[in-house]
Design a protein around this ligand. Structure first.
Ligand code: COA
Length: 161
């Protein structure tokens, strides 16, 4: 794929079904949260909170994006202000895995999120078994700062952006 064929656009209410499809797919959530498909109640609560569009300076404020190729949704990017960083997350529809979609989404996220929230440290929490996600991050300069059995914490500081 070429990077220009993938577009990141703001998540809207009409993308709810796409998000729900991903969140209820055991392959997608294998390394997310409790590693089990989400129930509809959790999906709905998460979407409501994402569409709230709190002030971007407020801790907890989040913005989601949909990655699309030729008008078809292929992934979702999450960004949330934490105390000391903007935490990012990314899910690709399994039908598109292994074709560079995740890498391209992340490349665009690393440009767009600092533009949106202001230049700041980016972070990502990755389950230790999620080697593909860890590779995506380290290839782009993220470093592992905290390791636990449940979650590895990666950061990318602004000067290495
Ligand atoms: C992690 C995820 C986003 C990767 O998306 P993707 O579109 O498959 O990623 P890419 O195709 O860009 O591949 C990323 C790297 O992993 C490698 N890779 C992809 N699939 C692989 C596989 N099955 N086995 C080994 N390597 C693989 C690619 O070769 C690439 O490495 P490279 O940059 O050296 O070429 C996707 O698997 C996903 O959505 N997983 C579920 C949600 C998730 O875990 N998100 C991350 C939360 S922290």
């Amino acid at each position: 794929m070429t990077s220009s064929s993938l577009l990141l656009r703001p998540f809207s209410g009409t993308d709810s079904e796409f998000f729900a499809t991903l969140a209820s797919d055991e392959r997608v959530v294998r390394f997310i949260g409790y590693g089990k498909p989400w129930n509809q109640q959790d999906i709905d609560a998460c979407i409501v909170s994402a569409l709230q569009h709190d002030d971007l300076n407020q801790v907890g404020a989040s913005r989601w994006f949909v990655a699309s190729m030729a008008g078809q949704a292929v992934g979702v990017v999450f960004s949330t202000r934490q105390e000391n960083s903007i935490e990012i997350g990314y899910w690709v529809s399994p039908a598109h895995w292994g074709r560079g979609v995740g890498g391209t989404m992340l490349d665009q996220t690393l440009v767009m999120v600092p533009e949106l929230f202001g230049l700041t440290t980016l972070s990502a929490g990755v389950a230790p078994g999620n080697t593909i996600s860890a590779k995506l991050l380290t290839k782009r300069g993220f470093t592992l700062t905290v390791h636990t059995d449940q979650l590895d914490h990666y950061v990318l500081s602004p000067q290495s952006n």
